[in-house]
Design a protein around this ligand. Sequence first.
Ligand code: SF4
Ligand code: SF4
Length: 353
Amino acid sequence: MQLSLPHPSLQALQAGRWFKLICGASFQDLPAIRHLATAYSLAGADCIDVAAEPAVVAAARSGIAAAKPLLAAAAQQGYKPTQPWLMVSVNDGEDPHFRKAVFDPTICPADCPRPCVTICPADAIAFIKEKQGVIVDRCYGCGRCLPICPIQIIGEQKHLSTPVAVGELLKTGEVQAIEIHTQPERGEEFLKLWQELSGSLDQLKLISISAPRGLEGGLDHLRSISKLIASLTPTPLIIWQTDGRPMSGDIGMGTTHATIALGRQVAAAKLPGYVQLAGGTNHYTVDKLRQLKLLKSAGQEVFVSGIAYGSYARVMLAPLFEQIPGNDKLAEHPDILWAAVDRAASLVQQIKS
Ligand code: SF4
Ligand code: SF4
């Protein structure tokens, strides 16, 4: 009898070498999502996490599919390409990942130096002939523009996941994983969302639970969730995503400290499943984990099994994608494609090596 190996993404989790790309729970820039999915598939990502919307999922699937005929070429060049799992993100209550900036550009003073444009890491605010104000698809809710406006006209529009639509999306079988953003005090809200999704969770390979800082006293919430997940048949894998300093990895090296501290705390709690960092992760994260002996190795008791990168991973490739005209696919521009794969691989291979 021939034994089949586990999927490479599962092997990566088991080995403590898991890499997830976060496109963003509110990010809807379809060409960028397609390009990111292609580049990070060829660079060896294990999972790509996107907004729970059919158009966004279709764009990510199209990007992953575009990488397929290039897998051999990538391997020949020394990369370790994959066909990653696709994950969609939902929330059980208010969460900064699920919001958009909003303002009326017609009331901006003509002499405002436009600090909102400068600070936005996603080029999501424009004052050009074609577009004035927030470019909604690009905004992923980082919130950096909110306090910077001198006349305080930038607000936020929050949104809550719609379980019926998400359930329909899960039933298509096009995604392998879901991530639920929750908080320690939201037991009832989590249960309500769980019950609403329950008929559509049984095909999933993986459920990720994303929780922010302030978990002190909140580990009981995670333990209750692990019991709910264990009651599913077949039982999916569990990832505990420690969201230290949300959407901040591109700001500076030090943003990674909060998620490492939280990751250590959750890993020490020995919940069933895997612990994965997010929120403030960047090129410094793996070095820091190594220094602190928090990467998995023989005999290691407390460790994290993977890292998710969001704003940092996207910002690294954004200048390359700006060179792609119109609706062209990344693969139509080989120079840009392989430059993007090279940059992406410089991040992915940190945890892999
Ligand atoms: S700074 Fe952040 S919240 Fe503001 S528009 Fe840009 S992406 Fe959206
Ligand atoms: S900082 Fe405020 S006033 Fe100035 S351009 Fe931006 S939104 Fe308008």
